[in-house]
Design a protein around this ligand. Sequence first.
Ligand code: NAD
Length: 484
Amino acid sequence: MAKMYINGEWVDAQSGVTTEIRNPSNGAVIDTAPSGDARDAAAAVESAKNAFKAWAATAVEERARLINKGVALVKEQIKDLAGLLTKEQGKPFMESMGEINHFLHGMEFYAGLATKVRGQQVPLPPSMNPNSYGVIMKQPVGVCAGIVPWNFPITLMGTKVGPAMVAGCPIIIKPASSTPLTTLKIIGLLNEAGIPPGVLNCVVGSGSTLGEALVKHSDVRRVALTGSSETGKSVMQLAAPYFKRVTLELGGSDPMIVCPDADISKAVSGAMIGRYWNAGQACLAVKRLYLFEEIYDEFVEKLVAKVGRYEPGDGMSKAEKPFIRMGPLHTAAQRDEVEAQLKDAVDKGAEVLVGGNRPDGMSEGHFFKPAVVANVNETSKLVTEEVFGPVLPVFKVTELDEAIAKANNTEWGLGASIWTNNMKYANKAAREIQSGMLWVNQLHFGYDEMPFGGIKASGIGHEHGPEALDYYFEPKSVVFGGLE
Ligand code: NAD
C-alpha cells in the first residue's frame, strides 16, 4: 500500500481510509493509496512551516546540488517509473518516458537557475535624502502548495517543485487522487538525495477535502494549481480571504490555423500529435482546427487516413515499439463526457469522418477510437466546451480575419498555432490571437525555457521559464537613506 510523505516519513492517512488505484486499460487494482483529509494537510503544513527558515537560509548551490542528485536517482529508475505511470494514468509507455524526461529537464533547468537569481539596486531622487538608494530584495514567499491534475502528473508536479525549492520555499504536493503512485515514488527519490524533512512533502486525497484544506490553511502563503477552470474559480475564491498568491494553469480550447502556403505534411503531423497525444487529454491540445478552403480537402484526406491507423490499446503492450497508438481515456466518466460532446455535435448536423466509437472487444478499458469531425455547428459542445479527449472538429475558412475571429470566439486563451510561411500572416496571428502562447509552424508544446500560462478562463500567472521563479519570491523594497 502506498503512503504519503510528510516531514521526511512515509505515513498513512490519519483517518486510515484508503482508495484503490486502478489501471484504466483493464480496471485492475494496481495499489491502494491513502485518502487524506484536513488533518493530514495540517500535519504537512506544520512540517513545511518548521522547515522554512533553515531551507530559505540554505546556500543556493546546496539547493541546486540536492535537486541534481535527486534527478540522478530518478534517472536510474526511469523505466520502472514510466511503467508505473502508464499503469495508473493509461498513456502509452513511450509517452510516460517522454513525460518523465520532460520533468527531469525542467528540474535541471531550475537547478541551473538557482545561482542566477538577481535583485536590483535602484537610484532614488534626492528630495528626501541626497544619499538614498533602493534595493529590491527577493525573499521566498513561504510555505507553498502545488495541486496537480491526472493528465500529466509528473511534469506538472515538477513545474511547482522546481521553482519552489530553488526559491527557498518548502512545498506540499497534492496529486490527483487517481494518479498518486508515480508522484509518491519520485518525491521519495528526490528526498533520498538528502532534502531536509518538511521541505518537500506529498499528501494524497480528494480535491474537495484535502485540496481545499491546503488552500484554506492560513500558513500556506501560495497555491499553484493546474486543473480545470471550474476548480480554478473555487481555489481563487478559497484563497481570497487570506490574500494568498495563486497561479492558476487551467483549461484550454486551443485553435490551430493552417494557411494555403503551409507545409501540409508537417501541419498534419502537428495536428495529429497536437490533438491525440495522451488520448487528447492535454490542456494545450489542438481542440479546434481551422483550414483555409484551398487546402481543406487535401489536409482532411491526409489527416483522416492517419487517424484511422491509430490502434487504441494497453499502453504497456507495445512498450518497446513506439509507433502510432493511443492508450485509454483516464476514467469511464472522462470517456462518457467526450462521447456526449460528440453526440451533441452529431445531433446538430456534424459528420464523423473517422473513429468516434468504442473499439470492439476491448470493454475492460476506457478505450475510444480517435475521431475527426466535419460540418460542426459553432454552438456545439465540441466548440463551446473544453474537449478532453481524442475528437477534433475541423472548419473551413476563407481568410485570416475569419480564422482569427473564430479562434478568439472562446472563453479560453491558453495556446494557439498558425501554420504558414507568410510573415504577414504569422505577424498578424501573433498580434491578434488572444492566447498566452502562440506557435508558428510548431507543435503545441510547453518548453521549460519559456513562460507558460493562459489568459481569460485559462488562468492567471505563469509556470516554466525563469519567470516562474518570480512567483515564489516576494519583492521587498528596502530604502537606504542617510548614509553620509
Ligand atoms: P481538476 O480541476 O478536476 O483537478 C485538478 C487538481 O485539483 C486535482 O488534484 C484535484 O484533486 C484538485 N482539486 C479539485 N477540486 C479542488 C478544490 N476545490 N480545492 C483544491 N483542489 C481541488 O482537473 P483534472 O480533471 O484533474 O485535470 C484536467 C483539467 O486540467 C483540464 O481542464 C485541463 O485543461 C487542465 N490542465 C491545465 C493545464 C495548464 O497548464 N493550463 C495543464 C494540464 C491540465
